[in-house]
Structure formats: C-alpha cells, structure tokens
Design a binder for this molecule. Structure first.
Ligand SMILES: [Zn+2]
Ligand SMILES: [Zn+2]
Length: 646
C-alpha cells in the first residue's frame, strides 16, 4: 500500500497500518505531535487504520484544523465528567465553536442548571481524566446496536440524534473511559493531549435552538495545546470585555437603544453623532477625490421595484411587511441598488458617460431575529456606505483597481493596517456568461495582486450573480471584522435592462459593481470603539481637549483659550466646575479626551497652558500660539488620497 505525504515522499506500508504507527515510522517527533490526520482530504483519528493507497497529511497543533479537534475532544471529557458527577443529567450535543471567547460547548438536560461550584467540580474531574491519559476509541456499530445502547443508558436525546443520521451513513461511537458518545469524530488520540482548558460560563439554550423545546443548560469552555496560549486567550477575552462597544458606548455616552423604539434600532447620542458626522465628511471627501457622485434616494419603494430587482422572490424574509399607499404596496428598502439603477436609467447613457459612480450613505432596514441582535454589530436599521459603479468592459479592470485603492486608503486612515482578504469565484448556479465571470474574476484577482496583499480564493463561494472580494479588518486585539465587499453583478443589469450606447451605436449592457467599503456606519463605529478602546485619535474624538482652570480666578482666561481654539475649528470645552484639579483630570481621562489644558495663575500670567495627554503625560508650559499649532497638528485629518488616474 502506498502512502503519499505532503513533502512529495511516498511510503510503502502494510494494509491496515494505523495512522499512529505511520506517524511513528516517520519520526518520534511527529508521533508525539500529531493530533489527527487527513486521509485523502478526510479528517480521521490517529487510531484508525489505513486500508488503501492514500494521501496522508498529519494534523499537528500548528495546523488550523487542530483547534476544533482539541476543543471538541475536551467537550467529550467535560460531558464524561458531568455524567460521573451528576449521573441523572442527560447529554445532548457538544460541538466546537469559535465566537472569540468560547471554543466549545455541551448542552445538558439538567433541571437545576449548573452553579459555579459545579463548574469547579467538573473541572477537577476533567483534570483527573486528562492526567489518566485515556484513549479516545472509535467504534462503528449498526443503527440497532447504537439504539439499544443509548436506550439502556436513558439518553433520549441521543436516540433523537441517531434517527437524524441518514440511512446508509455509518454510525460511529466514541468512547473514553466509561463515557460513550454518538459522534462523527475525529478526536485526539487520548485525553492526555489536552494541555490547557477552561470552563468559561453557563447559559440556557433550547434543544435544537427552538423555543418550543426544553431549555437546556449549556456549559461553555475552551482548550489549547499550551498553557501559555490559554493564558494569552483569557487575557484577550478580559481585554475584549473591557473594550466591549456596548459597555463603552454607554460609558462614553455615544449611543443607546430604547425598548420604546425597538431592538436593533440605534439612537446616536450627540458625541457619537459628532463622530459619525466626521466619519461621513471624511468619507464624502474621499469619494469626491475618487471620482464618485453623491446621490440621495428614498427609504421606501413600490412593490413593483422589488419585484423587478428580485428581492420579493429571493430576499423577502429579510424585508419588513409592506405599507399601503393609495392602494399600492410599498416596502422599506433592504438595499439601495434599485434606486441607483433608476438614477442611471433616467436618461439613455452613452459610452462617453461611463464610468458612472453613484455613492450614498444609504440607510436600509433588514429583518434580524431579536435573539441575534448584538449592539452596533447586528442591527435592524443601518446606513451602508454604498456605491454602484457602471462601466464598460474595457473600464472594468481600472474601476476595480480604483475601488481597492480607495478601500485601503479609507481603512488605513481609520487605523486598520491588517486584513484577511477573500476572493469568491463562480458557484454552481449562476447567471451571466462564463466569459463575463472569467473577465470579472480576473479583474478582481489582478486588482488584489496589484495591492500586493495576500488573499485567499474561496472557489465556488461567489453569489449567484457575480464574483466578489470580501475584506475583514484585524483590530488591535487581532480579531477580524467583515467590512468591505466589492461585488460584480450580472443580474441587475439584466433584470432592469440597464444599457448604454457603445461607440458603434449599439445598445449594450454595462458592467455593474456594488461596493461598501466600511460596511455600515453602525458596524464600523462599533469596530472603531473596540479597536481604540474608546481612546479615539484626536481627529475623530468628539471632544479634542478640555480646559481645566485651577481656580475660579482663571475662568476668564480659560474662556479666552477656548474661543481661540474654537476659532480654529477645534472641539474644546472648559470644565469650570468648582472641583479639585485632580478630580477633573481623572474625569477627563475616563472620558478619554485626548488633551487636558490646565490653566493656573502661572499659565495665565505667561498667557499659555500646561497640556497633559489622556495617557498621563505632562507636556509642561506651552504658550497659547504654540498650543494652537500643536492641537491643529494632532487634530489634522489623515492625508488626502493621492488619486492617480488608474
Ligand atoms: Zn465527538
Ligand atoms: Zn448594491
């Protein structure tokens, strides 16, 4: 039997050789490290034999696939510990997850839930099982055997899961010690390979996520191959909690939600709105620089429009119920595209008019279940930084290049330097011609290559109407957030009969590109808050400096400093409350105001201020004129884009 390895080597081994033995024959290091393997692309446990010629890739803690394996294996160990300690509890499911905090969960049917003391006991029992280094064994059984086993154990949920396994598919059980679970695998070779784990929290969850079913007790946890990685993760979780935009939004008085208004509908408070207006102004300037025209369109449109666009056929579950106006149903818009198309269609276009780039901060409304709403990140009403570009086939390459150049200009201006980029290509079902798909996909790929950034191709993951680029930004904690989408559309030009007259006088279809660079104002603002932990760069900060008179004698001069700075368009205020200077400094620091300008007798006499930064740095005495210069430099907008004709 011939085994081919990723380094190009092949090995001849006996039929039925176990993967563990194969690893050992390659080297003791690999035997020690290997977590599982993929055999011809399928993930498999190391205790499994190989039965035919195959390609084998060992999964080690360095492989990304190893994370789910250790975490899911830990879920088994946890479920076993729960059964040891609470034999009457019924087990349900325990998948690996990745929500940035938790790595796995297991749902239990336990009427009394779990207390913190329970979690401690469960952890202690898990540690015993881990130190005993018990093998995870896979057994394949018939459906009847599995049914008899779980029936005897009284595990009614497992019986339900068993029924859901399609006829003809293998039923596999995984066993470690006296715990047996219905599972597809793969798992670690033994419990001892779990180096570090932590049970994070308990939550309620309905069986199969359905509120008509019984409420189960879910225990969340995570696991790592090293103690150091777990420690780092727990620190990151703590830091992320501290930066939670919902918490900071409240503390810094940036935005809120009101039960009277409804979930997922954002109320922007003055400080948040001030920041949003700066973001929008900066966004608008860059769009004019990049050759866009700004448009405004209504919030509602006739059913007819959404019929033509296909939204009523394919997107209705995301749309709100229609309202009737003079007998005609109107819908609140979930997208801006049809409106921009109508602007394009208002007059017949010629090739000389193209490219046309219409941009709009367009507010849309989409239905999201109340259970999934999450601060600013998942809302029901949001403002997309949307645009649609109409161009000729010859212009497609340069338009997409320009789009990406613009994207990275904007993202960098807001302090995001690291990205995960994905290019999604043609799926099985698609509209448009193969030649057009190829041309558009090629344009997207070339534009990415021109940026010199690494990207990943997701074959077949494009939407049915065209290929796209998705960009996730990495924040200061290394978390990724989906922001930018650049998408070619072969569907809408067809549906709306979008045309232009080419140089031969023929009517032809333009290429249409949808793009949102920041994503939405709400989501991007949420990400900004977490990225900067609320300490925004001075150009974005709602308040750029606060002037702190030491005694009331200095109030008048403090007001003079204020009006000087305000006359330079700086956002400053005077805190002349009758409080101790130390108290006022602490409050300004909590509000994360970039500069505190202290004005005492000495400063007043020498006509200057003593600036301090929010980080606590004392800049000493500074004359007023110099303070203005310093503040203007600190508050300067990111450099203007140098738009070359691309
Ligand atoms: Zn399992
Ligand atoms: Zn669109």
């Amino acid at each position: 039997m011939t085994i081919s390895l990723p380094d190009g080597n092949t090995l001849d081994v006996k039929k039925g050789t176990k993967l563990l033995e194969l690893a050992a024959s390659i080297g003791p290091g690999l035997a020690r490290d290997a977590v599982a393997a993929t055999v011809d692309g399928r993930p498999i446990d190391l205790r499994q034999p190989i039965s035919s010629d195959s390609r084998v890739v060992f999964i080690t803690p360095k492989s990304p696939e190893s994370t789910d394996i250790i975490r899911h294996s830990t879920a088994h160990v946890m479920a076993g510990a729960v059964k040891d300690l609470f034999p009457r509890v019924k087990v349900t499911i325990g998948p690996a997850v990745d929500d940035g905090v938790n790595g796995f969960y297991y749902d239990f049917d336990n009427d009394r839930g779990f207390t913190d003391e329970d979690l401690e006991k469960i952890s202690a029992r898990m540690n015993e099982v881990i130190s005993q280094d018990i093998p995870f064994e896979r057994v394949e059984v018939s459906r009847e055997e599995a049914r008899a086993l779980f029936d005897k154990m009284g595990e009614s949920y497992k019986l339900e899961l068993l029924d859901a396994i399609p006829e003809g598919e293998k039923v596999s059980l995984y066993k470690h010690g006296n715990f047996t679970d219905l599972c597809r695998g793969p798992h670690l070779p033994s419990t001892g390979r779990i180096v570090a784990f932590k049970l994070m929290s308990v939550a309620g969850a309905y069986w199969r996520g359905d509120s008509r079913n019984k409420m189960l007790a879910r225990i969340y946890g995570t696991a790592f191959f090293s103690k150091k990685d777990l420690k780092q993760h727990l620190e990151n979780v703590e830091e992320a909690r501290r930066r939670d935009h919902r918490l900071l939004g409240k503390k810094l008085d940036l935005f809120s939600f009101s039960q009277s208004v409804g979930g997922g509908l954002v109320l922007w408070h003055p400080k948040g709105a001030r920041m949003r207006s700066i973001i929008e102004e900066f966004w608008r300037r860059s769009h004019f620089d990049y050759g866009y025209e700004i448009v405004y369109t209504p919030h509602i449109g006739k059913a007819e429009l959404w019929q033509t666009s296909g939204h009523l056929d394919f997107y209705k579950e995301n749309m709100y119920a229609p309202m009737e106006i003079e007998g005609n149903p109107f819908y609140v818009k979930p997208m801006n595209c049809p409106f921009h198309i109508e602007i394009y269609r208002n007059q017949l276009k010629s090739y000389r008019d193209l490219p046309l780039r219409f941009a709009e901060l367009g507010t849309v409304y989409r239905y999201e279940a109340s259970g999934v709403l999450h601060g600013l990140l998942r809302v029901r009403g949001f403002t997309q930084d949307d645009a649609h570009i109409f161009c000729t086939a010859e212009q497609l390459d340069s338009e997409i290049r320009r789009c990406l150049e613009h994207t990275f200009y904007l993202l960098r201006a807001f302090g995001f330097e690291s990205y995960d980029i994905y290019l999604s290509t043609r799926p099985e079902k698609f509209v448009g011609t193969e030649a057009d798909w190829e041309k558009a996909t090629d344009a997207l790929r070339k534009a990415l290559e021109k940026q010199g950034l690494a990207f990943q191709i997701d074959p077949g993951e494009g939407v049915f109407y065209g290929p796209k680029i998705d960009i996730k930004i990495r924040d200061s904690l290394g978390r990724t957030w989906q922001c930018t989408t650049v998408q070619v559309d072969f569907n809408n030009p067809e549906r709306f009969n979008v045309e232009y007259v080419d140089s031969n006088g023929q009517r032809v279809k333009p290429f249409m590109i949808h793009r949102a660079l920041l994503g939405s104002m709400e989501r991007f603002f949420g990400v900004l808050i977490e990225h900067y932990a609320g300490a925004f760069p001075t150009w974005l900060a709602p308040m750029q400096a606060v002037i702190l008179p030491v005694t009331s004698d200095c109030n008048e001069f403090a007001q003079e400093v204020r009006s000087t700075l305000v006359s330079h368009d700086l956002r400053v205020a005077v805190d002349d409350r009758n409080e101790k200077l130390g108290f006022k400094i602490r409050e300004a620091q909590l509000e994360k105001i970039p500069f505190m300008l202290v004005v005492g007798k000495r400063e007043m006499e020498k006509r200057g201020v003593a600036p301090r930064t929010r980080a606590g740095e004392d800049l000493g005495f500074m004359p007023l004129a110099e303070t203005v210069d310093m503040m203007l430099a600190e508050a300067a907008w990111p450099e203007r884009a140098n738009v070359k004709e691309v």
